[in-house]
Design a protein around this ligand. Structure first.
Ligand code: SIN
Length: 527
């Protein structure tokens, strides 16, 4: 399906910047990797398509999970992660995550991250499918903003690291199975450029924007995954998309995450009749794995003919609620809702992408010189369904491990050139309406409940758009659309192949998990 490049170009005619270590993306995975790379490489460059802090990390509320509590252990965290992952986690990757995680968090604290404390000890909360309180949080519900602040400051103050904002990564440059650089679009100067590097790290995040309803910021359009696929990298577990159960659902108001920690602190889910329903669905009730809560909510909405369910904290101390969740309180107040006293209308929205560019345990991909980490990557640590608050930890642990590998085998910049010349003019592609249609199709047919008929319908439509791939993507918006189309098609194809239900992938025509599908789907473009 995917064409190789988004634009016509010839690298010999473009400005070329050379660096040793190039990172695409400025969330937790990208910036932490940059920070470590700055120890070993003199010239590290971070490219980010908007501002350094325009990331999904910055929006993260609930926190970061790690076995640091007195009654906890990496073994318990390992077991919870495997259980949530529905028998599809890679056990060695999970073992690394839970054992190396606490040390990475200590390092973050050493850099200045201030996590909330009670009586001098780290204050830990609970979220779905965790059997222990093990979620560190900051400023109540602004954990991501604190981590972003610390890492942005750290990276910006390191003279070996250069951050270039408003640089859109268009395509990876490869030859003979080696990635040697990136073709970029400099938004300020409105021109293409080449960045050559011995090591290229994709930390571009997930793809929430392929859905109409998502918690992800507008920048999260699957760019890294799409460009890696076009370049011949393997992608894995593309069918597994996690929907978050409780996202503010008020008509005309932008979707806004209501952290799972709200349920962790006692919040109850009520249907339109005012009944608490989760105990009917799962012994862990509101703290069941996310996919279970999402489907329960959808069933209640259908049964009651309602557009949402409600989160209620009315039985809790109002001052404690407002103090614990200041960001959510403030945001709801702007819409005339009181978190402590009102019933808060919520419904599920796309939140996290378990799949991505397939990597080994040090972020290495099947293309030499190309690494991936964070939500853009798939090392198998989340299986079919990520355990809440494991994603920030994943970014730290597996971002950090890239330096163990890339440092040991640095590749010198090589004298390659590349060109893409066969694309037609961009006429006829109306980007905003195609983007909207794509999001609506994904929402309707490739959402939390899927069927073969719906998936085939979506795929057919994506195939009808094949002609777009023969046209140049002349603007960053058009490039994003192409990336979204590539990723949407990969999700849909994998979802159609997997004739079973597991974790975040639910097929109402195959509602059970089956032993034969206890395996990953790995896709690769033939180049
Ligand atoms: C939340 O705060 O509910 C999100 C946490 C996560 O997705 O890990």
């Amino acid at each position: 399906m995917a064409g190789r490049y988004l634009v016509n170009f010839d690298t010999r005619e473009l400005e070329t910047v050379q660096c040793a270590f190039l990172i695409l993306g400025s969330g937790i995975a990208g910036l932490y990797t940059a920070h470590l790379a700055g120890r070993y490489f003199n010239d590290v460059v971070v490219l980010t398509k908007r501002g350094i802090d325009d990331t999904a990390t910055e929006k993260a509320q609930g926190g970061i999970a790690a076995a640091v509590g007195p009654s906890d252990s990496p073994t318990l965290h390992y077991e919870d992660t495997l259980f949530a992952g529905s028998n599809l986690c890679e056990p060695e990757a999970v073992r690394i995550l839970v054992n190396e995680g606490p040390g990475r968090i200590q390092e973050l604290i050493g850099l200045g991250a201030e996590f909330d404390r009670a009586d001098g000890r780290l204050d830990l909360t609970r979220e779905g499918a965790h059997t222990r309180r093990r979620i560190l949080h900051a400023a109540g519900d602004a954990t991501g903003a604190e981590i972003q602040r610390v890492l942005s400051t750290t990276v910006r103050s390191n003279h070996r690291i250069k951050v270039l904002e408003n640089h859109f990564a268009v395509d990876l440059l490869t030859a003979g199975g080696v990635c040697w650089g990136v073709l970029t679009w400099d938004k300020a100067r409105e021109r293409l450029a080449v960045f050559r590097a011995g090591v290229v790290v994709l930390a571009t995040g997930g793809a929430g924007q392929v859905y109409r309803e998502t918690t992800n910021p507008g920048v999260v359009t699957g760019d890294g995954i799409a460009m890696a696929y076009r370049a011949g990298a393997e992608v894995m577990d593309m069918e597994f998309v996690q929907f978050h159960p409780t996202v503010l659902a008020v008509r005309g108001v932008r979707r806004f995450l209501i952290s799972e920690a709200v349920r962790g602190e006692g919040g109850a889910l009520l249907n339109a009749k005012g009944e608490r329903f989760m105990p009917r669905y799962h012994p862990q009730a509101e703290l069941a794995p996310r996919d279970v809560v999402v489907r329960a909510i959808l069933r209640e909405m259908e049964a009651e003919g309602s557009e949402c369910v409600f989160l209620s904290l009315r039985h809790l101390d109002p001052a404690a609620v407002r103090g614990r969740f200041p960001t959510i309180t403030e945001r709801l107040a702007r819409n005339g809702l009181d978190l402590a006293l009102d019933l808060i209308p919520v419904s599920p929205a796309a939140h996290y992408f378990m799949g991505g560019v397939k990597t080994g345990l040090h972020g290495e991909t099947n293309l030499k010189g190309l690494y991936a980490c964070g939500e853009a990557a798939c090392v198998g640590v989340h299986g079919a369904n990520r355990l809440a608050s494991n994603s920030l930890l994943d970014g730290l642990v597996f971002g950090g491990r890239i330096l163990e590998h890339a440092r040991a085998s640095p590749l010198g910049p090589m004298d390659y050139s590349a060109a893409g010349r066969d694309l037609g003019p961009p006429e006829g592609v109306h980007v905003p309406s195609l983007r909207e249609e794509l999001q609506a199709l994904m929402q309707e047919h490739v959402g939390p409940v899927r069927t073969a008929a719906g998936l085939e319908k979506a795929l057919k439509r994506f195939e009808d758009w094949g002609w777009i791939r023969g046209r140049e993507a002349g603007t960053p918006e058009a490039m994003e659309l192409r990336d979204m189309l590539d990723v949407a098609q990969l999700i849909t194809e994998a979802a159609l192949m997997r004739n079973e239900s597991r974790g975040g992938h639910y097929r109402s025509d195959y509602p059970l998990s089956c032993e034969r599908w206890k395996k990953h789907i790995i896709l690769r473009r033939q180049v």
